[in-house]
Design a protein around this ligand. Structure first.
Ligand code: 13P
Length: 346
């Protein structure tokens, strides 16, 4: 293990790069004066993750983003990620003001699951428990029995399978198939995918693995089955960061958004990270693994929304209350799972 540092521990950097120092200072001041905290995903720009760390905000996976915002006392949450993450924060915290840096920052999974078509699908299968990935609109969550994120999905589906329930799963077909393989649950899958994870190529990854036999392969389960089959570790962004820190390997090939390298390098500074290929031999770009919507977040936009109150998330109250049931069910389940783990390891 190259470091014993906890990956959640804020790191003190000495200097901000000159071109970011003013914006960082401006955001820090605005967060304080507006009683706001910054909740960022691991896929956002390094400067945003760093600022969240330095201001006592949070940098995490989708589940912990939801949890953190819910437990924090700040009146305003600035959610730097994509729109569904801001909506999840609002679903859980109607009394708080939730701002996102860019309202256009969407997600291909969310876009691939329009609520009218999804409702028809659900209505055609009334005997199934409806489980949706967090990467969906509030309206889709409102039609669901459960919301899950990648870090809790397998446990929830296993739990439902053990209760004899049949599942309707949406929208990520790759994650759905992965969970189905692990749990053996009866799952009917919606047909959608993340444009980033879907672009990882198994043949090119196998070739890279041959070139770097010492590297462990870390894969997010939104990736295609053939890519998952080559993995040493499959899991949520948090799980992959833990693996980068804890595995004895000194190098890693990583199949997820490359925003995650900021945290991986922080927790394992002596290790080497390679992007899994998204293109085959001869392509001009070997990897383009960065979500174009996550990339829409910036320090300047964070400052702008704090100054103006623009880009506030609003959700119809009827939809919010419905969506809350399925979302809260996930948080309660995750809390129970955590308590059991603590009791088990105590
Ligand atoms: P995590 O919950 O694993 O961070 O995944 C979020 C996501 O949107 C992956 O594309």
């Amino acid at each position: 293990m190259s470091t014993s540092r906890n990956y959640r521990t804020p790191i003190r950097h000495h200097h901000w790069p000159e071109d970011q120092a003013m914006a960082a200072h401006r955001v820090k001041t605005l967060l304080k004066s507006h009683d706001a905290t910054l909740v960022a995903h691991y896929y956002t720009d390094e400067s945003i993750q760093r600022l969240a760390e330095e201001t006592g905000g949070c940098v995490s996976d989708s589940l912990d983003m939801a949890r953190f915002g819910h437990n924090h006392k700040a009146r305003t949450l600035v959610v730097a990620g994509v729109r569904f993450m801001g909506e999840t924060a609002k679903i859980l915290n109607p009394e708080k003001r939730v701002l996102i840096p860019d309202l256009e920052a969407t997600c291909s999974l969310d876009e691939g699951c329009p609520v009218d078509q999804f409702t028809k699908f659900c209505n055609a299968h009334p005997d199934r428990t409806v489980v949706v990935y967090a990467n969906t609109s509030a309206a889709v969550k409102a039609r669901a029995d459960w919301v899950v994120t990648s870090s809790i999905a397998v446990k929830v589906i296993q739990h439902l399978k053990d209760r004899g329930e049949k599942i309707l799963w949406a929208p990520d077909k790759h994650l759905g198939r992965y969970i189905q393989d692990i749990t053996g649950a009866d799952m009917l899958l919606w047909n959608s995918a993340c444009i980033i994870h879907e672009s990882f190529k198994a043949t090119a990854l196998a070739a890279l693995k041959k070139q770097k036999p010492e590297a462990a392969v870390l894969v997010h389960p939104e990736s295609p089955a053939e890519v998952i089959a080559l993995a040493d570790v499959v899991g949520s962004t948090t799980r992959l960061i833990q693996a980068a820190r804890d595995l004895p390997n000194t190098s890693f090939i990583v199949a997820t958004d490359n925003g995650i390298f900021y945290k991986m390098k922080q927790v394992a500074p002596d290790k080497t990270f390679f992007e899994a290929p998204t293109a085959g031999h001869g392509a001009t770009c070997e990897s383009c693994a960065h979500c174009p919507w996550m990339a829409m977040n910036s320090l300047d936009k964070i400052a702008h929304v704090l100054e103006t109150g623009d880009n506030e998330i609003h959700i119809d109250e009827g939809i919010r209350v419905q969506a809350l049931q399925a979302t809260q069910r996930m948080l309660d389940f995750a809390d129970r799972a955590r308590q059991q783990l603590i009791a088990h390891t105590a």
